[in-house]
Design a protein. Structure first.
Length: 301
């Protein structure tokens, strides 16, 4: 259910109110029933609720960052891992959480992606985004911009390319996938005039991938790459968070899905945040949640 103070309960309720979504699978909603009932009092045959009673009504502040909501959101995640490991569920769709709220009680928390990777002891994993005509993978995730050059290595780039190739083949059943990678610097470094990371880090990683029969092209200049929505690659690799997410969210915000790759289970989520500013007002758009549910059920079959 995500952060109970955000729009998570509302977009879940709106998504499951649609018969075409409920017919896709049987659902278990993990959260606080008392809060969820503010958005839906209906009961459906194939939708059951796991009520953790993780937050007291007096501690609940809709649309506000607070430690109690953060603790509840984290409890929902821990319960989902328990159910996934026991085999009671085979995939998870996570509503948005507030990292700041969770960090008030769990300071090391930096996001769903890292949480699930640690829970399943996975070392090679990635944050992938899917729109109607694009798949995009981040080489680095939630990291301050000034730290990116220090962590950027040829090995990191190669592992990202390799993970993209394996995911396209094994999860999406694409026999001969094609991958594009963006440069770090303006104009992809302009031959070294605007930065040497392309020459010294990205291109060597690409050459290694090509030697391993992976079809990867680039590095491309990010400022023009997304002009054509019909990108002719099966996956795009962006070097850092905003480089990839600004264009793909601009193109497909309401249709975008976040998919954690590399896990032994399926985990998807809407590609937006808790939207505290509209929480509780009944105006939240469930489109991204709907697409997340559709992808999770499809990949779980």
């Amino acid at each position: 259910m995500g952060d109970p103070s955000g729009i998570g309960p509302e977009i879940i309720a709106k998504a499951l109110s649609k018969p075409q979504i409920r017919n896709l699978a049987s659902f278990k909603i993990i959260g606080d029933l008392g809060i969820y009932k503010r958005y839906s009092k209906k009961e459906y045959k194939n939708c059951s609720f796991i009520d953790l009673k993780a937050i007291q009504p007096k501690c609940f502040k809709i649309g506000k960052i607070n430690e109690h909501s953060g603790k509840a959101a984290f409890a929902y995640l821990e319960k989902s891992v328990e159910l996934l490991k026991s085999g009671e569920i085979n995939s998870i769709v996570t509503a948005p959480v507030c990292k700041e709220a969770i960090s008030l009680s769990h300071p090391s928390f930096c996001g769903h992606t890292e949480f699930f990777a640690a829970a399943f002891n996975v070392k090679k994993y990635g944050m992938m985004f899917l729109g109607p005509n694009l798949r995009l993978l981040l080489a680095t995730r939630h990291m301050p911009i000034n730290k990116i050059p220090a962590v950027l290595t040829s090995e990191l780039i190669y592992e990202t390319i390799d993970l993209a190739d394996k995911t396209l083949k094994n999860t999406f059943r694409i026999k001969k996938p094609s991958i594009a990678i963006l440069g770090l610097n303006p104009h992809a470094g302009e031959g070294g005039l605007l930065g040497k990371e392309e020459i010294e880090i990205i291109i060597p990683a690409m050459n290694k991938a090509i030697k391993h029969k992976i079809a990867v092209s680039g590095p491309f200049s990010a400022d023009t790459f997304f002009i054509d929505r019909q990108v002719k690659y099966d996956m795009i690799i962006a070097i850092y968070h905003d480089q990839g997410l600004i264009p793909i969210k601009t193109l497909y915000f309401t249709q975008l899905v976040n998919f954690t790759i590399g896990l032994p289970i399926i985990r998807t989520s809407p590609a937006h945040g808790t939207a505290f500013d509209i929480a509780g007002k009944g105006t939240a758009d469930p489109a991204s949640m709907i697409e997340s549910i559709k992808l999770a059920t499809h990949l779980s079959q």
